[in-house]
Design a protein around this ligand. Structure first.
Ligand SMILES: NC(=O)c1ccc[n+]([C@@H]2O[C@H](COP(=O)([O-])OP(=O)(O)OC[C@H]3O[C@@H](n4cnc5c(N)ncnc54)[C@H](O)[C@@H]3O)[C@@H](O)[C@H]2O)c1
Length: 447
């Protein structure tokens, strides 16, 4: 059988940035004790020896610690970005220079380069893929289903140059995949539903030690951080409209309220809307909230949550940001058609003139916490990436026995991550006594 040519190079902005990237990665590592323990065990046990991992993740200092953990476990790692604006160029340089990771990521890369980098990660011929938004898995499935027109041009051109045997090999080689975020998991479930999923996928996002903390506290803090770094606005006394009261939206609403903002929530789900109301926020449709907000943040995983009809009624000077996975939550195409601009008001702030008013869109409508800030704090990524590393190990050990479906991270892994994190934080908890265990297992004790 012929094998696809492997590319072992990298494509980063400037290797001279590597020292700064190393310092930044070491700083993050201080806050990632769970991942550190896994790395130490991986170094001894080599669970990923001889395996190739291709990861499409935000290339940040926390991801660098995950990549180093996978390397310690014996994996040959390729890494590309899961967003054109989220790469930390110094970290990318450090990983390429000091860890032998095939990094293909440059902050601000254009669409062509973004997909060329995805193609280069695919050319690594992974046994395991890791996604944040299902980009790698999506491309592999388009190859499997011979849907060439659905591949981005750089990937399509590469695939067209491969023999049938080589294309099949790319798909067959994959033992399984892991998925980091809500939007990716939704896509993978849709693939499973359509009966096209080619291998098992582990929904890391569904781990409790992931979404309860990363999506809520990580996105909550880092989204506000990104907005403040981009604009330096005072949140106290302002009206902040949060679209979507899922795990991410809850986090942003909580932090915005903590900073003194009057928070309005918009939702399409009755339960979530009710929860937001009882958590003390005003809840109303976007068409009403649009006229009231000073700052809008979308975190829905949906598209066109803020449309041109909403932007037309916004106040002069309204600021619009997105922290959901894709840049489709704000209808920027409609804005472009209807408004004049953009003019750069500050870095990451585009001014648009619409009906004689100024609207400011942050970070081109892409994840603002990664575009204008540094993404989630390392302490929370410690748990997300502990799940990722353990999910990769689980796939290598047990992937053959897992069905072609979307699986949860095994519950014992989730619990173990929580226990390790608590221990690292110096927090101890009570244990059930034998009497309590008996009582909780009984149905006839007590009145
Ligand atoms: N910025 C980050 O770093 C980061 C981190 C984790 C997840 N994410 C992304 O953020 C998004 C939300 O993730 P989540 O975990 O909170 O998902 P979730 O499913 O828990 O919440 C999404 C909420 O949005 C609501 N919603 C959907 N369409 C809406 C609409 N038109 N108007 C108002 N509300 C609407 C849903 O009812 C739901 O309650 C996803 O795209 C996810 O991938 C981003």
């Amino acid at each position: 059988m012929t094998s696809v040519k492997t590319e072992t190079t990298f494509d980063v902005r400037d290797l001279r940035l590597a020292d700064e990237g190393r310092r930044r990665t070491e700083w993050a590592e201080r806050f990632m004790p769970v991942l550190r323990q896994i790395r130490e065990r991986f170094a001894k046990e080599q669970p990923l020896r001889g395996r190739k991992v291709a990861a499409c993740l935000h290339v940040t200092s926390e991801t660098a610690n995950l990549a180093a953990t996978l390397r310690a476990g014996g994996a040959d790692v390729a890494l590309c970005a899961s967003n054109p604006l989220s790469t930390q160029d110094d970290v990318a340089a450090h990983l390429a220079r000091d860890h032998g990771v095939g990094v293909f990521a440059i902050k601000g890369e254009d669409t062509e380069t973004y997909y060329r980098h995805i193609q280069q990660a695919l050319a690594h011929q992974p046994d395991v893929t890791m996604d944040d938004g299902a980009d790698l898995v999506g491309a592999i499935h388009m190859i499997a289903l011979n849907r060439m027109d659905d591949l981005a041009p750089p990937v399509r051109r590469w695939v067209e140059g491969l023999s049938r045997d080589e294309r099949e090999r790319i798909v067959k080689r994959v033992i399984g995949s892991t998925e980091e975020t809500t939007t990716g998991v939704i896509r993978l479930r849709a693939m499973a539903q359509d009966g096209v999923l080619q291998f098992p996928v582990i929904a890391v996002n569904d781990s409790q030690t992931k979404h309860l903390f990363d999506n809520r506290y990580g996105t909550g803090q880092s989204t506000v951080d990104g907005i403040l770094r981009a604009t330096n606005i005072l949140m106290a006394g302002s009206t902040v409209v949060v679209a979507g009261y899922g795990w991410c939206g809850r986090g942003v609403a909580l932090r915005a309220r903590g900073a003194g903002a009057d928070v309005i929530v918009t939702e399409v789900d009755a339960l979530r809307a009710l929860e937001a109301r009882m958590d003390g926020y005003r809840v109303m449709p976007m068409r009403e909230a649009a006229a009231l907000g000073d700052l809008f943040v979308t975190l829905t995983g949906d598209m066109h949550v803020i449309g041109i009809e909403h932007m037309r009624v916004m106040k002069d000077g309204a600021i619009i940001a997105n922290s959901g996975h894709f840049n489709v939550e704000i209808d920027l195409d409609a804005l472009q058609r209807a408004a004049k601009g953009p003019r750069q008001a500050r870095q990451y702030v585009d001014e648009w003139q619409l009906d004689g008013k100024r609207l400011f869109v942050l970070g081109e409508g892409r994840l603002i916490n990664l575009a204008a800030a540094e993404g989630h704090p390392a302490s929370v990524m410690d748990m997300s990436f502990a799940n990722q590393a353990l999910a990769a190990e689980h796939l290598v050990k047990n992937g053959a026995g897992l069905g072609k479906a979307v699986h949860r991270v095994p519950q014992e892994i989730d619990r173990r991550v929580a226990e390790l994190k608590l221990a690292a934080m110096g927090v101890r908890i009570d244990e059930l006594t034998a009497e309590q265990r008996r009582y909780l297992a009984s149905w006839d004790a007590g009145t």
